[in-house]
Design a protein around this ligand. Structure first.
Ligand code: SAM
Length: 244
């Protein structure tokens, strides 16, 4: 198989029907590895021939779809609060390994991380790099996108578009097992997982989430887990149950 490079969608532009241009860190990587015009490379899910190389850009002509490896058949999206320090990096790395397809950070009342527009953009870029590295390291041939940070209002709106959402809430008494059985019986393939910040959700935020029709509030047991533990625990259970 041609050597694989993972490029963020924002670093790809379509030049014409079968040619794309890529930018960013994988361009340097291709050059460092001494690839040249005429060589074949795999970029995300396609195999391409290098048709032109410039300092900051590589032009690629599409050959065919690459064989998929490690790509889960279910669409699990992790909605996770902006956690402190490098905890979010850790969760993202592990969530990618476990088979999450998309990651959406959000803020809520108890999120202590405050980012202005510039630092938020930088943070998302860094988190996308973490996701790309994790895809490569675990041998996934797809690309896991870390989307822009949602505020709580937009989080609620976005969750309405999911087929089913498992909202992990420490004050819940509702059975995760039951909700997972329902998901399996109904053959639901698109699932959102919501994990709060270190300080969790306020009661009123939790009520608002619970009131969304497709959102099922679930308990992960009687112990209060750290957000990182809760995220990886719930993702692992869902992936196991969906046989991913
Ligand atoms: N608000 C809590 C407090 O300060 O006591 C703790 C929040 S917990 C550290 C972070 C997140 O992990 C929660 O928002 C929730 O999504 C999830 N979580 C932790 N333990 C849980 C449990 N036993 N059941 C369901 N979700 C849990």
């Amino acid at each position: 198989m041609a050597r694989r490079f993972v490029v963020n969608e924002k670093d790809i532009s379509n030049i014409n029907e079968d040619t794309i241009a890529i930018y960013g860190s994988e361009v340097k990587h291709i050059q460092v590895l001494r690839f040249n015009v005429g060589d074949a490379v795999t970029v995300n899910d396609g195999i391409y021939k290098i048709v032109e190389m410039k300092r900051d850009t590589v032009y690629l002509q599409y050959i065919k779809k690459a064989n998929e490896v490690g790509v889960p058949s279910s669409n699990v999206t992790l909605y996770i609060a902006l956690l402190k320090n490098d905890k979010l990096d850790f969760v993202i790395q592990k969530a990618v390994e476990l088979g999450v397809k998309k990651i959406v950070p959000f803020t809520s009342s108890n999120v202590v991380v405050k980012l202005d527009d510039k630092s938020r953009q930088k943070r998302i870029e860094k988190l996308n790099k973490v996701a790309i590295e994790a895809c490569k390291q675990c041998g996934r041939t797809d690309y896991v996108n870390v989307l822009n940070v949602l505020n709580f209002k937009n989080l609620k709106e976005t969750l309405k578009n999911e087929k089913r959402v498992l909202f992990a809430y420490e004050a819940s008494k509702d059975s995760l097992k039951k909700e997972i059985n329902d998901i399996k019986e109904e053959n639901i393939n698109d699932i959102g997982i919501v994990i709060g910040a270190e300080g969790g959700f306020t009661e009123s935020e939790a009520e608002e989430l619970k009131n969304i029709e497709n959102v099922k509030c679930v308990s992960l047991g009687t112990r209060i887990l750290r957000a990182e533990t809760a995220a990886l625990n719930l993702i692992s259970i869902v992936m196991y149950e969906l046989e991913e």
